[in-house]
Design a protein around this ligand. Structure first.
Ligand code: BDR
Ligand code: CA
Length: 312
């Protein structure tokens, strides 16, 4: 199986991404690192452990990473995810432990220990931990197989400002380090995640699994979609983070283009924008695969089938 580290700020969509990863034999989850983002750090590492317990996987190693972005003040998104970050289904406080090693140290140590080119990073929140790790130990850059991340947007505009997507906006300086690192990057921007809609039919298929996992997942989706559905007037809201994991399992569901992507870090108006050279009008290096299209039905079948394999 492909070795991955998930870096995340759950968030209902992060939670579904974690469940999908834990349900997929193609992936070996070496650890899950919490980052401050949708909600403060303490809630994110608590939520990760709640999700692992929903998946009956209290053995997964969970680490606490950065408490705030590299330069800017933390911006959170309780208006989207609720006060707990995982509103929609009440879960008990987790019994499984948080590892004592710091999340950034775990990322560095793992990459320096594992064979080069074998570990994939999957950031589902602000890129703070990855940026910090690259600054603290630049040698990791050439050892990372790939970074497959959810973040950014271009033709679709932004969701936290008119031009910025939340994850990149929260820590644009970390994003700049990551996109400038030379590590192969695949990005799942709003341009693709806004095509992955949680329609009523798809949510009821999730509930139709008939297990607690199915019920929890459906309840999370129903809470999470409320915000975006009202806003965008679509049938269901967009589902973001699980696309990262689905891409690792079934890349044929997705298509995009290799482009140069740069991060705006100083303009007060457009800070956090991912500037994508889609038409190749510069000779800047093509540093990312910008995913733009998806087989959304294929995605939801995969998600639902896999969640159905988790223990009831
Ligand atoms: C991203 O922001 C968060 O609210 C979601 O979990 C996702 O990672 C979408 O912009
Ligand atoms: Ca997230």
């Amino acid at each position: 199986p492909r070795k991955i580290i998930i870096d995340t700020d759950p968030g209902q969509d992060d939670a579904l991404a974690i469940l999908l990863a834990l349900a997929s034999p193609e992936l070996d989850v070496l650890g899950i690192v919490a980052v401050a983002g949708n909600i403060p750090l303490e809630l994110t590492h608590t939520n990760i452990r709640k999700v692992c317990e929903v998946a009956s996987r209290p053995d997964v190693k969970v680490y606490a990473g950065s408490v705030r972005p590299m330069v800017r003040q933390l911006v959170t998104a309780e208006h989207v995810h609720g006060e707990t970050g995982l509103d929609g289904y009440d879960l008990p406080a987790p019994a499984m432990p948080l590892q004592t090693q710091g999340g950034v140290e775990f990322i560095i140590e793992t990459l320096m220990r594992e064979e080069p080119g074998t570990v994939t990073l999957c950031p589902l929140g602000p890129l703070t931990n990855i940026g910090m790790a690259l600054v603290r130990e630049p040698k990791i850059a050439s050892r990372i197989k790939e970074i497959v991340l959810m973040g950014g947007g271009y033709f679709e505009g932004g969701n936290i400002t008119p031009s910025a997507e939340f994850n990149i906006y929260v820590d644009p300086h970390a994003a700049e380090i990551v996109f400038g690192s030379g590590v192969p990057i695949v990005m799942m921007p709003l341009d693709v995640t806004h095509k992955v809609l949680t329609t009523e039919k798809r949510v009821s298929a999730m509930r139709g699994i008939g297990t607690r996992v199915g019920e929890v997942a459906a309840a999370w989706l129903e809470f999470f979609e409320r915000f975006d559905e009202e806003k965008y007037g679509t049938d269901g809201g967009p589902l973001h983070d699980p696309n990262v994991i689905a891409y690792l399992i079934k890349p044929e569901l997705y298509s995009g283009r290799h482009c140069n992507v740069e991060i705006e870090t100083s303009s007060p108006l457009t800070i956090g924008e991912t500037v994508v050279d889609w038409w190749g009008v510069t000779d800047r290096e093509k540093n990312a695969l910008f995913i733009k299209d998806v087989d959304a039905d294929g995605f939801f079948s995969l998600l639902t089938e896999r969640l159905a394999t988790l223990p009831a």
